[in-house]
Each structure stands twice: as structure tokens, then as C-alpha cells.
Design a protein around this ligand. Structure first.
Ligand SMILES: [Zn+2]
Length: 152
């Protein structure tokens, strides 16, 4: 790092600490030529959280898209919007907590379906059918049968 006082390019780091929770790292540096000290800040590059599609393609996690899908599945059902926001929040947290910064679309679908199952059975079936795009018909039918069978 170039010294702001003399322009020399070599320095040593005398101290470094995080200035916020995962926000930026502050380093105190000492110029090897003039001996004066200056501060540099290092920021982590904003990388979008990615969703891995079935064919391996990645696309950025889109909160709004997930919310739209949920609203569609819950159309004309007695499901409060607050409950849907909660589901989206949970999914987003799970994506962000993943150290690889990416999560398989199937895992997201499973999380959503697990939440919807408790919330509204019709919404659950709708979401499941849309989400799986019938690539997984057998599993879908099994779930559907299990659902109908367990209905009181
Ligand atoms: Zn210097």
C-alpha cells in the first residue's frame, strides 16, 4: 500500500481489527521508508448468494421471486402475509448461513414445503406441483397420497 506521506510502496501492518461485525477490517500500517503511520480499510466484496438449479446453473437468490411463488400458492387461502414473509426470511437466512454462499434449489424447495405443510395443505400441494415442475412425479404423487391419506 502506497504511503500517503512519502509515496513509498512498502509498509508493515502494526495492528488490524474488525471495525464492525463482519463489516470491514481496519489496519494500522507503518511506512518502511518514512516511518509514519496510516490506516487502511479492507471490505469484503459483496457477492450475491446463489441458488443452484437442477442443471447446475447458478442464479442469484431472489427474495421477491420466492415471495411471488408463495403468494401464488396461497392465492385465496387463509394464509397471512406475515407467515409468508417469515418463510422467506428463514430461507434467506439458511442461504446466507451456508459457507459456500450457495444452496441447491431443491433444498430451498424442501424448506418451503416443510413450512407450508404446517401452514396450509392446499398451498403446500400447489407449491409442490409448481416447484417440482413434474420432473419428480413419483415423489410428488407419493407426497400427495400421503397428504390425502392423513386428512381427517
Ligand atoms: Zn512514507
Amino acid at each position: 500500500m502506497k504511503c500517503p506521506f512519502c509515496g513509498h510502496c512498502k509498509d508493515r501492518v502494526v495492528d488490524s481489527r474488525e471495525s464492525g461485525p463482519g463489516d470491514s477490517i481496519r489496519r494500522r500500517r507503518e511506512c518502511l521508508a518514512c516511518g509514519r503511520r496510516f490506516t487502511s480499510y479492507e471490505r469484503i466484496e459483496e457477492i450475491p448468494y446463489m441458488v443452484i438449479k437442477k442443471d447446475g446453473r447458478r442464479e442469484p437468490f431472489d427474495r421477491q421471486k420466492l415471495m411471488s411463488g408463495l403468494q401464488l400458492a396461497c392465492q385465496k387461502r387463509a394464509v397471512p402475509v406475515k407467515a409468508l414473509v417469515q418463510i422467506v426470511d428463514n430461507v434467506e437466512r439458511a442461504v446466507q448461513d451456508n459457507p459456500d454462499r450457495e444452496v441447491e434449489a431443491g433444498a430451498i424447495g424442501k424448506m418451503v414445503m416443510d413450512s407450508l405443510k404446517d401452514l396450509d395443505k392446499v398451498a403446500y400441494v400447489r407449491f409442490a406441483s409448481v416447484y417440482r415442475e413434474f420432473e419428480d412425479v413419483q415423489e410428488f404423487m407419493n407426497e400427495l397420497r400421503g397428504l390425502l391419506g392423513s386428512r381427517k
